[in-house]
Design a protein around this ligand. Sequence first.
Ligand code: GDP
Length: 397
Amino acid sequence: MATRGKKMVERVKDLMDKPERIRNIGICAHIDHGKTTLSDNLLGGSGMISMDLAGKQLFMDFDEEEQARGITINAANVSMVHEVNGEEYLINLIDTPGHVDFGGDVTRAMRAVDGAVVVVDAVEGTMPQTETVLRQALRENVRPILFINKVDRLINELKIEKKEMPVRLGKVIDHVNKLIRNMSPENYEKQNLKLDAAKGNVCFGSALYKWAVSVPSMKNTGIGFNEVYDYCQAGNMKELSQKSPLHAVLLDAVVHYLPTPLEAQKHRIPVIWKGDKDSKVGKNLMSCNPNEEIVFMVTKILTDPHAGEVAVGRLFAGTLQRGQELYISGTAATDRVQSVAITMGAERMEVERIPAGNIAAVTGLRNAIVGSTGSTVRDMTPFEAIKHVSEPVMTVA
Ligand code: GDP
């Protein structure tokens, strides 16, 4: 493995113990709105794969061999390090589905994350699956931010006028806000879920051409809608992506507006777990306590050619280590943890320990299925079943 990879692992390991520096996120979108292009782009920007290959959807690890084999991104989770104001943050991007198994996989991924980047095509606007993924996020008490993608098409294909740009984009934001307010009126107010470009929780850009802007980024870079319009019209999006790169703008928004596991678990545990919040385990869950009993929820099972079955999921409490015995909900069995790892691209990186608030890939949990809770507490109340919302049942005029 090349040095860059090793360094990255060390940085990730340092950050795993600092929940205030962690963001567990998913990207979700209606089909073709740009989820894959965006995910690849973020990975490219974070140094996990080369920027050149990012657009071609090729995974390129720090490992030459992986690189040569051109492994596609097909991982349950990718950890990235992003710097804001000189501080490093660990962004765990949980893979949301291939579209074949759309609903089910989105649902599972949402359980593991605390925040979602909802991608909407600037030309098409919100579509049925936008509603589905939003509903799922809100049901799991996952906070959304908005990325309006394909803004280049408004300019170069639809050829709208400059002054029309903020109006059209504003309409998309209004529409998403309407959806959120209707789906979750109470949290819209209480948790202040309103998307507001001025606040910075909306970014506008082009995943394909690798640029984005937000109100805060405009202040830093001087690149606003006028400049975006001119660069696009002039066909000079390369310079635009250098001056206002997508990964930097969007990951800044992720760090600023999506919650840490510490904040998120306070809001999410009462929704996804029906046990007694005042019990010892309840308090540990609410506080994301790494020092007590383990509570791990499996959200995906992968098959690894070397390790066999790997249970990937969210560690809500405790610290996972090799050799621990976990009770698996719904079974009389205990399974022994054989290894714990983080996943970076297609690669599992074994580590000695993973503390609460992180995403872990665990081997040895032979009795676990998707949705299982693995815990050192024998009679642990399992998490709520992961509900699969498939059809949008509401439309907004
Ligand atoms: P997914 O189905 O949501 O994963 O969407 P993809 O990432 O596969 O993108 C669907 C199509 O839209 C592909 O042909 C992309 O090249 C294209 N696309 C994605 N982002 C942009 C963008 O910002 N601008 C333009 N013009 N096309 C884009």
